[in-house]
Design a protein around this ligand. Structure first.
Ligand SMILES: Cc1cc2nc3c(=O)[nH]c(=O)nc-3n(C[C@H](O)[C@H](O)[C@H](O)COP(=O)(O)OP(=O)(O)OC[C@H]3O[C@@H](n4cnc5c(N)ncnc54)[C@H](O)[C@@H]3O)c2cc1C
Length: 470
C-alpha cells in the first residue's frame, strides 16, 4: 500500500472521541445540542455493533431502559429510548409490555438508530496514535480509514484540544486456556463470539462452559435448552465459590450512583483496590432471573424421570488445558476448596472468562511522558474523568469505562454513562449545559454529610471561553 498524504484539516477540533460504544455514543448524543462544540468521533468498526456474539434470543440488559444514552441527565433529549420507540411507532406496545429491562437486541437496535442519525460519527476509522503537539497546543490524533475488508485505505490526522477515550473492553482469556483458542479442529470460543459459533458448539458431543458470570450462565442456559433431554453432555465450571446472584437490591444498587462514584474516587488507592475485588458480586454475579431459568430448565428435564446430564461445578479453576488428538480437549481442573485435581475431556469449550479494559498503552504511547500514574503504573484519573497530565499539556484527555481503579464498579455501568458524559461536557466547556444532581442516593457514603456537599467550583483547565465556536 502506498502511504497517501495524511488528510490534515487545518483548524483543531474541540473534541475527538475515540471509540463509539454506548459510552461515547452517549457523549455524542449529549454533545449534539451544544452547537458551539466542534466534535468528531472515530470508530474502527463499520457501524455500531453492541456485543453481537451475545445477542442471545430473549437476553435482556441488566439495567432499566431509563439507563439509555441520555435520559438520566436529559429526559427531553430527542435521542432517548422513548423517542426511538416513538419514531418506530412502538410506544403503545412498549407501554403494555411493561418491561423495565429491554432485550439486548432492542438496546442494540436503539443505539444503531442513534448512531445512524447523529452527525460527526466516523465509522471504519481506527485510531492509531495520540500525541501532544506543544508548538500548536493541541493533540494530534492519527487514524486509518479502513475499507470494507478492514484493510487500510487512507491515513488521516486530526488536531484537537480535547480527547475522550471510549475504547471499552476486550475479551479476556486466562493464560492456561490461551493455547487452545487459535488451534483448529475443536471449537474453543470466547463468549464474545458465541453466536457466530453456536451451531458448531451445539453439534459437539460434549461441551464445557468455563466461567461463572452472566455470559457463562446465559450460554449454559441456551445450550441446555437446545440439547436433547437426558443426553445434554454439558459441564459448567467456574472459579467463584458459587453460581452467585448479582447484587440487585435497591440499596445495593446505590453503588452505581454519582454519590458513590464521588465517594469512591476520594478514597485512598489501597482501599479502592480492596473494594473493587471485594465488590465482585456488584458487577460479576449472575442475574437472578437467569439463575432461576437455569434451575427451571433443569427441573423440567427431571419430569419424566432421571437427571439431566449437566454438571455444574463452582470453585474450580482450569490449571492447564491441552488437545487430545485433533478432536478433543483435556482440561486439568483444580478444586480450590478441596485442593483436589481431576481431568475433564470435552469436545468444545466456551470461554465465558470475561472482559478487561482495553489497554491504553499503545494508543497513548505518544503521551507517556505527560501521563501521571499511580503506584501500580495505572493512569491517574481525576474526579471529572480526566487523565492527570503534566501541567504543560493545556488540553484534556477524558476516559470513559477505563477508570475502574479510580471511580469504582460503576465504570462499565450503562446507568452511569449519561451522567459521566454530562460531567465531561460540563468540564470540557467550562459551563454547565447539563446541571447535575448533587445528591443521588439515600445511603450516605462516608462521614461527611452529603447535604453539605456543594458542586466543586469547577475551574476549567486554562481553556479560553468558546465564544465563536473555535
Ligand atoms: C455481553 C455484555 C453485556 C453487557 N450488558 C450490560 C448491561 O446490561 N448493563 C450494563 O450496565 N453494562 C453491561 N455491560 C457492560 C458495559 O456496559 C458494556 O461493556 C458496554 O459496551 C461498554 O461500553 P463502552 O462504550 O465503554 O465500550 P465498548 O462497547 O466496548 O465500545 C468500545 C468501542 O471502541 C472501539 N475502539 C477500540 N479501540 C479503538 C481504536 N483504536 N480506534 C477506533 N475505535 C476503537 C471498539 O471497536 C468498540 O466499538 C455488558 C458487557 C457485555 C460484554
Amino acid at each position: 500500500m502506498t502511504h497517501p498524504q495524511r488528510d490534515v484539516p487545518d483548524s483543531p477540533r474541540d473534541l475527538v472521541g475515540i471509540g463509539i460504544g454506548p459510552c461515547n455514543l452517549s457523549l455524542a448524543a449529549l454533545a449534539h445540542p451544544l452547537a458551539e462544540l466542534d466534535a468528531v468521533f472515530y470508530e474502527q468498526r463499520p457501524g455500531f455493533d453492541w456485543h453481537p456474539g451475545l445477542l442471545i434470543d430473549g437476553a435482556t440488559i441488566q439495567v432499566p431502559f431509563l439507563a439509555d444514552l441520555v435520559t438520566l441527565v436529559d429526559p427531553t433529549s430527542p435521542w432517548s429510548f422513548l423517542s426511538y420507540l416513538r419514531t418506530r411507532g412502538r410506544l403503545f406496545p412498549f407501554y403494555f409490555a411493561e418491561r423495565f429491562h429491554i432485550q439486548r437486541a432492542e438496546y442494540d437496535a436503539y443505539c444503531r438508530w442513534v448512531a445512524e442519525a447523529l452527525p460527526g460519527l466516523r465509522f471504519r476509522h481506527q485510531v492509531d496514535a495520540v500525541r501532544w503537539n506543544p508548538e500548536r497546543d493541541v493533540f494530534e490524533v492519527d487514524h486509518t480509514q479502513l475499507d470494507a475488508d478492514g484493510e487500510a485505505e487512507a491515513l488521516g490526522r486530526t488536531y484537537t484540544r480535547n480527547i475522550v477515550l471510549g475504547v471499552g473492553t476486550a475479551p479476556y482469556v486466562p493464560d492456561p486456556l490461551r493455547p487452545l483458542v487459535d488451534a483448529p479442529g475443536v471449537p474453543v470460543v470466547h463468549a464474545a463470539d458465541y453466536l457466530a459459533h453456536r451451531d458448531s458448539v451445539l453439534a459437539a458431543g460434549h461441551v464445557t462452559v468455563v466461567g461463572s458470570g452472566q455470559s457463562g450462565a446465559e450460554i449454559f442456559l441456551d445450550l441446555l435448552r437446545h440439547r436433547p433431554p437426558g443426553r445434554e453432555k454439558l459441564h459448567w465450571i467456574g472459579r467463584t465459590e458459587a453460581f452467585a446472584p448479582m447484587e440487585y437490591s435497591k440499596l445495593g444498587l446505590e453503588h452505581f450512583t454519582p454519590d458513590y462514584t464521588r465517594y469512591f474516587h476520594a478514597l485512598t488507592e489501597p482501599v479502592r483496590d480492596r473494594l473493587v475485588t471485594a465488590q465482585w458480586q456488584l458487577h460479576k454475579g449472575i442475574d437472578a432471573g437467569t439463575l432461576a431459568a437455569i434451575h427451571d430448565e433443569l427441573y423440567r428435564r427431571t419430569l419424566h424421570g432421571g437427571w439431566p446430564d449437566a454438571v455444574l461445578i463452582p470453585g474450580v479453576r482450569v490449571r492447564t488445558a491441552g488437545r487430545i488428538a485433533a478432536t478433543k480437549i483435556e482440561l486439568h481442573l483444580e478444586h480450590l476448596q478441596q485442593d483436589s485435581r481431576s481431568r475433564l475431556t470435552t469436545d468444545a469449550v466456551v470461554l465465558a472468562t470475561g472482559y478487561r479494559e482495553r489497554p491504553l498503552g499503545r494508543l497513548l504511547a505518544g503521551l507517556d511522558p505527560y501521563v501521571r500514574r499511580d503506584s501500580r503504573e495505572r493512569p491517574r484519573v481525576d474526579e471529572e474523568f480526566r487523565l492527570v497530565l503534566d501541567p504543560s499539556v493545556t488540553g484534556s484527555v477524558y476516559v470513559q469505562n477505563a477508570e475502574l481503579h479510580t471511580h469504582g464498579v460503576g465504570a462499565p455501568d450503562l446507568g452511569l454513562a449519561a451522567w459521566r458524559s454530562a460531567t465531561i461536557l460540563n468540564s470540557l466547556t467550562g459551563k454547565e449545559p447539563y446541571p447535575l444532581p448533587t445528591r443521588t442516593a439515600f445511603t450516605t457514603f462516608g462521614l461527611d454529610d452529603p447535604a453539605e456537599r456543594v458542586p466543586s467550583a469547577r475551574q476549567p483547565k486554562r481553556l479560553t471561553p468558546l465564544v465563536d465556536g473555535r
